[in-house]
Every structure is written in structure tokens, then in C-alpha cells.
Design a protein around this ligand. Structure first.
Ligand SMILES: C[S@@+](CC[C@H](N)C(=O)[O-])C[C@H]1O[C@@H](n2cnc3c(N)ncnc32)[C@H](O)[C@@H]1O
Length: 264
């Protein structure tokens, strides 16, 4: 991935403007097992993301998630992501000793490390094994994290006190985001924190432009979804849960919306 800015558009920055930002549409490695309950569109997205983050975007993602200097656009994405991570961590207990947390789609592992530093027992899973390698190499020696390569919906992961899916569902359709949230919430005693790419007029326009040019490399990486739609579908799929908090981070080329789901 030569142009990480848009890969780094983990929500917001005019998806569709940077072909290099988009997961490839072609065949993929697809090594992780597809969870039994996953839809075919979920499985297809997951396979594309595995290829993308493991191969095309690995180096760019490594750089974006490091302290290495990045260009202005990418710096705004990094700043937005830092703000989002801080927001999500702010919604978790300060003392997490005795609590089990799943970092679902952990990437290079920053949130997992922060939770482990608070004392949580952390399982961090990503479908891209290359990112897990980076996460494992980067993790400080004094934190113990159970790094896994695979699908966040794998039932074998067990139950958790808290689950966080930061920007790992932004490439999925609304119905798959909601189905994933429902599956994860059923295994979570406490809070399920997830983010989605909110549909703004600019993002909607870019998405439509992408559809006008349906070549594989023009498919937008990020699927913007309407906040009201997500809320309505979550309420229908999870009647025993409620949205306790939400926050939208918009900094330059990064826009992402976080919600905290808890049992009602
Ligand atoms: C935009 S990155 C965000 C990574 C990390 N959460 C962060 O904020 O730095 C999205 C990550 O989700 C992972 N991912 C997407 N779908 C997944 C799935 N079904 N199971 C596990 N990981 C997944 C991708 O491989 C990618 O590393």
C-alpha cells in the first residue's frame, strides 16, 4: 500500500478518492475460518480485508500506527485515531484487573496494550497475521496479551467483560455491523464498544462515485452508514441492550462514530 492516507481513512476521509486505499476486489488468502453465523457478505469483506491488511497495506499501516513522521493528511488520520482510542479507553474502567477484554480487529495492538497496562486479561485478534506479528513485536515485555490470528466472531474465544472493535467494522455493510455487534454482545457481560463510518454528505457522494466506476480498484474501502439506521437496527437486534454513550471524532481526513452498548 503506497499511499497510506486513505487506508488510514479508517472512516471518513472521502473514501473513493485514493485507489490505493481500497481493499482489492480479487481473490484473497482467506485463511481464517468463517464463523458459522457469518453472512456471505461478511465473509467476503473479511477475506478482502485479510489480503489487504496482510499484504497491500501492511507497511503503510505499520508506519501510520508508529511514531514515524507522516504527511499532513495522514497526520490528521493519526490524530483522529489517537483521539478515538483515547475516547474508547476513557469509556473502559481505569482499573481492569480481573476483567477479560477482547480487542476485536486489533491491528497493531495499541488499544490492547493500553488495556493490558490497566490490568485486563486481553485477547487481541486480527484476521491479518502480518499485523499481529507487528503487534507482538511492539508489545512491551511487561504486558501479557493473548495475540490471535483469526476472526473476531470465533466462538472459541469465549466470553468477555468488555469488547472493543475500533474501526474494524467500517468496511462492512450495516447489516453485517449489526449482526457482528449482536454476536459479540451475546458474549459480553459489560460494554461492547464499536465504531462505524458515519454517512455524511461528502462520504455518500464519494461512495456513489465509486459505484459509477465499478472497477475492482475503485470500490470504496469504507462503507459509510447512517447513524439513525445503525441505531434502529441495533435496537431491533439487541432489545436487551441500550446505547449508553456515543461520540463522533472528526479530525481532518478521519471521521468515525463510536457507540457504547450495554445491557439495559
Ligand atoms: C482499520 S483497522 C483498525 C485496527 C485497530 N482496531 C486500530 O484501531 O488500530 C481494521 C482492522 O480490523 C481487522 N479486521 C476486519 N475484519 C475482521 C474480522 N472479521 N476479524 C478479525 N479482524 C478483522 C483488519 O484486519 C484490520 O486490521
Amino acid at each position: 500500500m503506497m499511499r497510506p492516507a486513505a487506508l488510514a481513512l479508517p472512516a471518513g476521509a472521502a473514501p473513493g478518492t485514493d485507489p490505493a486505499a481500497r481493499p482489492p476486489a480479487g481473490p484473497s488468502a482467506g485463511s481464517a475460518a468463517t464463523p458459522p453465523a457469518a453472512s456471505s457478505s461478511y465473509a467476503a469483506s473479511r477475506r478482502r480485508l485479510e489480503t489487504y491488511f496482510d499484504r497491500t497495506a501492511r507497511d503503510a499501516w505499520e508506519k501510520l500506527t508508529s511514531d514515524a513522521p507522516v504527511s499532513g493528511i495522514r497526520a490528521t488520520v493519526r490524530a483522529g485515531r489517537d483521539a478515538m482510542r483515547a475516547t474508547l479507553l476513557g469509556w473502559l474502567p481505569a482499573d481492569m484487573r480481573g476483567l477479560r477484554l477482547l480487542d476485536a480487529g486489533c491491528g497493531t495492538g495499541s488499544l490492547a496494550v493500553a488495556a493490558a497496562r490497566r490490568g485486563a486479561t486481553v485477547v487481541a485478534i486480527d484476521v491479518a497475521g502480518g499485523l499481529i506479528d507487528i503487534a507482538r513485536d511492539r508489545a512491551p515485555a511487561d504486558v501479557a496479551i493473548d495475540w490471535r490470528v483469526g476472526d473476531m466472531l470465533d466462538p472459541a474465544l469465549g466470553r468477555f467483560d468488555h469488547v472493543v472493535a475500533m474501526d474494524s467494522l467500517i468496511h462492512y455493510r450495516a447489516e453485517d455491523i449489526v449482526a457482528t455487534a449482536a454476536a459479540l454482545a451475546a458474549r459480553t457481560h459489560g460494554a461492547l464498544l464499536l465504531t462505524f463510518a458515519p454517512q455524511t454528505p461528502a462520504l455518500k457522494a464519494m461512495h456513489l462515485v465509486g459505484k459509477l466506476f465499478p472497477r475492482g480498484n475503485r470500490a470504496p474501502a469504507i462503507i459509510p452508514v447512517r447513524e439513525a439506521l445503525v441505531r434502529r437496527r441495533l435496537a431491533a437486534a439487541l432489545p436487551a441492550h441500550r446505547v449508553a454513550r456515543d461520540a463522533r471524532i472528526g479530525t481532518g481526513f478521519y471521521t468515525s462514530h463510536a457507540i457504547e452498548l450495554v445491557r439495559a
